[in-house]
Ligand binder design. Sequence first.
Ligand code: ADP
Ligand code: MG
Length: 300
Amino acid sequence: IMVGTGKGAENGILIKNAEALETAHKLTTIIFDKTGTLTKGKPEITDIIPIIGDEKEVLKYAAIVEKGSEHPLGEAVINKAKEKKIKIPEANSFKAIPGKGVEAIYNQKKIILGNRLLMKENKLNIGSFENKVKELEEQGKTTVFIAADKKILGIIAIAATLKEYSKEAVEQLHKMGKEVIMITGDNERTANAIAKQLNIDKVLANVLPQDKEKEIKKLQKQNKIVAMVGDGINDAPALAQADLGIALGAGTDIAMETGNIILIKDDLRDVITAIDLSSYTMRKIKQNLFWAFIYNVAGI
Ligand code: ADP
Ligand code: MG
């Protein structure tokens, strides 16, 4: 076990306990989070569609409400606003709504930015924009709405590029006979578009942070041995519930605290290396036990 964990560390795979090393080779199912895990943590705004006002105005409001956000999508908005040299005024009572979006008060107006769910909760009708949104989502873009004072101001599409080795990792896992699942809080169309590029077997979309853990439990009830690979705060409960939690080194502290294995290099192929390392280590342990028995039997 010590040699195994040592070898892991040399290769940028931190294994926190012996149990993790014992579980890894038994896995049947690997679940990946989408945003920040399969895709890069630095998404970019690709389209701004103003409904009221112009592009700059929409972006300004978006930046106001995302200023206090730690979400990668928030960062994308702020970066774009900075690029366009937009001064971002301060807002009040900022609130993040996990899995849905953000809201804040500015100039006595309530500004909200987020997905369909958030708009629905605020009783905003987005039916007339569905076609445009569909089109963007089919391209694998995450689409959010921004509204101020109960009026939709615009639509923003954000695209995240796939990580360099995501595809290769999925391919190799398939070769090993593992089932590969993607889990995300994002909508189904965007999730499917990304999953298709990666050849992923199954997509669990629209999963709120507190439900990621439940999805893992469901799979475990089907006698599957499940690894969760994630980076975010919203992945932490799932990382804890999975038989093996694998956190990305570039992820949030809480994910790294919860995971049993940490991939320092942020390279998803290391999931395979960890599984291989586990099988070699277990094989060595069994060999050593075998020879110890022979020796003892001979001795007796
Ligand atoms: P994932 O599970 O893929 O990591 P999240 O649960 O963090 O995704 O977010 C799910 C969805 O909620 C996003 O796709 C987006 O539509 C919306 N959302 C959450 N936070 C924000 C934010 N700060 N700004 C814009 N949209 C957000
Ligand atoms: Mg994430």
